[in-house]
Structure formats: C-alpha cells, structure tokens
Design a protein around this ligand. Structure first.
Ligand code: MD3
Ligand code: FE
Length: 226
C-alpha cells in the first residue's frame, strides 16, 4: 500500500517499541496526561540520585495481603514509603527492611515532579512519597486503584525509565475496558482530579535491552501520601 505522496505504508508490528516525539503532550483522560520525553533532559542529574537512593534502600519483592509475592520489586524515598505485607498495604516513615527512615527525596526528583505537574496544570504539587518500581521481563502490575494516600485531591506523577511497557488506563470499575498506552524511557504520566481513582496496571514487560538501563524498566511515582 502507498500514501498519495508515494511513501510506502507498512504495518507497524512493533508499535510499542517506537519512541514517540519528545515534547508532545497526549491527553488520555479529562485530567490525565502523558508528557512524552519530558524527563529526558533531567536524566543526567536524576540517574545518579536514583542510584544513591537505591544503595540506601535496595529493591525488594514484597508480599501482598493475599500472600502473593509481587513480580515488581519496590523501594521508596521521601518522608513516607509504601509497603505491603500479610497485614495490608500502607505508608510508613521507616523502611521495614532496615528500620531506618526512607532516604530523603532528592531535590532533582522533587523539582522534576513539580515541573511536570505544572506543565499539566496541577499547581503547588508537594509530593512526600516517591515509590520506585522495578520491572524485569515478565513482571507486571495487575489492575488496581491507588487509594492509600490521605490526600486524594493531589495528583500522582509517574516517570518511566528503561525498557518500554504498555500501561493500562482503565475506568472506575475493575471490569471497565482499559486504554493501552505504550510508555517509553523519559515519558511522564500525570493524573489527578476526576481521573485520580481510575483502575490502572502494566502488562507483562517484554524482553529487551535498554542502552542506559539494561534489562529492566524503572518507574517512579510521586504522591502526596500524608
Ligand atoms: C493511575 N505504577 O505504583 S504508574 C503504582 O508503571 C503504579 O509502575 C505503574 O500503578 C507503573 O501504583 C503505573 C502510571 C499511571 C499512569 C496513569 C494513571 C498510573 C495511573 C491514570 C490513572 C490512574
Ligand atoms: Fe498504581
């Protein structure tokens, strides 16, 4: 098949591996946005700060209240960190693995989260928790709502690093149909207001090798939890 200007049209079998245009904003809900490549100019500062956080609070696989070990490994920084064990999901001021306070949220993390929130017209975002998720090939996150945060009027900002993933943007009931949104290295997603309690998840990560992060996807989510 050809376009009228004689350029060939090919079926893109690898659509979720094709990076999109940095700088584009895609609206996926009334108050939900994807900022393509927004984090890219910050990564030279962000990645060393992330490494330092992970030295103090290494990734660990947690157990859900139902007794399942999550395929995604987690860590946190900031005043509050998210944890789960047999007794439930909650935010804590200390890392249960070390008994120490979670590492401080690096300034570059907070600045980037605030710049992204402002870009999506959420003013005065003051995150006190940054969850760090690590996906290796096969790891996934099933549909859930984020509702452990005390301040549901604040948005959540998420940053994707490393291998691409397909993000599921659902409705307000688990059974609602979800939109599939491919997310790439450097993309930021922000959702708040009427979209804050949407179900969402991540499809199993595909095999791959990212030039900067290797065989993994890391996602940072910034929340006002306390
Ligand atoms: C939710 N993380 O940590 S964030 C989580 O990529 C979590 O690791 C996923 O869900 C991850 O709780 C997804 C991206 C995201 C984007 C848009 C949303 C979550 C959303 C819209 C509505 C609700
Ligand atoms: Fe979530």
């Amino acid at each position: 098949m050809m376009r009228s200007d004689d350029t060939p049209i090919t079926l893109d079998l690898f659509a979720d591996e094709t990076p999109t245009t940095p700088g584009l904003t895609e609206q996926i809900g009334e108050q939900a946005f994807v900022l393509r490549g927004f984090a890219l100019p910050w990564l030279e500062r962000l990645l060393p700060a992330l490494e330092a956080v992970l030295l103090a609070a290494p990734f660990r696989q947690m157990v859900t209240p139902g007794g399942f070990t999550m395929s995604v490994a987690l860590s946190s920084c900031g005043a509050l960190g998210w944890t789960t064990d047999r007794s439930g999901y909650r935010y804590t001021a200390h890392d249960p693995q070390t008994g120490q306070p979670w590492p401080d949220m690096p300034t570059v993390f907070r600045e980037l989260a605030q710049a992204a929130a402002q870009q999506a017209h959420f003013e005065h975002f003051e995150p006190d928790a940054c969850l760090i998720n690590r996906y290796v090939p096969g790891a996934r996150m099933s549909l859930h709502q984020d509702k452990n945060e005390r301040c549901l009027s604040a948005p959540i900002v998420s940053m994707s690093l490393g291998l691409p993933a397909v993000f599921l943007f659902g409705g307000f009931e688990r059974s609602d149909k979800s939109l599939r949104v491919p997310l790439f290295h450097g993309d930021i997603v922000i959702w708040g207001g009427v979209d804050r309690l949407r179900y969402h998840g991540v499809l199993p990560l595909k095999q791959g090798q990212h030039p900067k992060l290797g065989v993994q996807r890391i996602n940072l989510t910034f929340r006002t939890a306390g």
